[in-house]
Design a binder for this molecule. Structure first.
Ligand code: SAM
Length: 215
């Protein structure tokens, strides 16, 4: 049995895949050095956890490529005091990154099996500022709104209006929008009450299924 040096693999991932592609925020890079990505993937995927791509996590869902997780995280420009909402908990890895960088994270997952697996990993690792909610995240989570940052990690046909409504003044929302074959990552900001949109980069995500997503 070969022992794998996951910490060394993580350092290589941060340097070669994330920093090398232009993510320079020391806080963001430190979060990726800290969170043990291999513990968020199924045991048969651990060997590949620090490779430059997405991985299957069961039920036809994926954990995104590390660089995409980092790129989307950087778009939120977190300072440490934010309350965040994530739609699409999946493995819980992105939530752990966000929980390392912000005060409080609420994350919603529609598959109960993925939600409980992610909750177990996050509990085992001692994250106490992340709450997982089961259900259709396209409605957001009004009871904890407004959010200073919202991240959607599944592809929507358009940005769900309830999420825009729950975005705080100065808040930032990042979401892949487009068809099932490929999407454009979009950034929405609320500035003096108005919503401003910026188109970022092409991406490919699994679909956001729900009342304000795909049917
Ligand atoms: N952020 C995840 C991670 O770090 O592993 C990866 C998310 S995966 C690309 C997309 C997830 O969104 C899937 O787990 C899927 O079940 C979930 N999803 C799709 N539609 C949803 C909805 N309406 N509400 C909540 N979760 C949804």
């Amino acid at each position: 049995m070969i022992a794998i040096d996951y910490e060394a693999a993580r350092k290589r991932m941060v340097k070669g895949q994330i920093a090398a592609r232009g993510i320079t925020s020391p806080r963001v890079l430190d979060a990726f050095l800290e969170v043990p990505r291999h513990l968020f993937v199924p045991p048969n995927q651990r060997l590949f956890a620090y490779q430059d791509g997405p991985l299957p996590i069961g039920l036809g869902q994926t954990i995104s490529q590390p660089y995409i997780v980092a790129y989307m995280t950087a778009q939120l420009q977190l300072q440490g005091d934010e309350i965040l909402l994530e739609i699409g908990t999946g493995s819980g890895y992105q939530a752990a990154i966000l929980g390392t960088l912000a005060r409080e994270v609420h994350t919603i997952e529609r598959h109960p099996r993925l939600a409980s697996a992610a909750a177990q990993v996050l509990k085992d690792l001692g994250y106490s500022n992340i709450t997982i909610h089961e259900g259709d995240g396209t409605h957001g989570l009004p009871e904890h709104a407004p959010y200073q940052g919202i991240m959607v990690t599944a592809a929507a046909p358009q940005v769900p209006q309830p999420l825009l409504d729950q975005l705080d003044e100065g808040g930032r929302l990042v979401i892949p929008v487009g068809g099932r074959g490929g999407q454009l990552l979009q950034l929405y900001q609320r500035v003096e009450g108005e919503i401003i949109r910026e188109d970022l980069t092409p991406v490919a995500f699994v679909p956001l299924i729900g009342d304000h997503g795909w049917s």
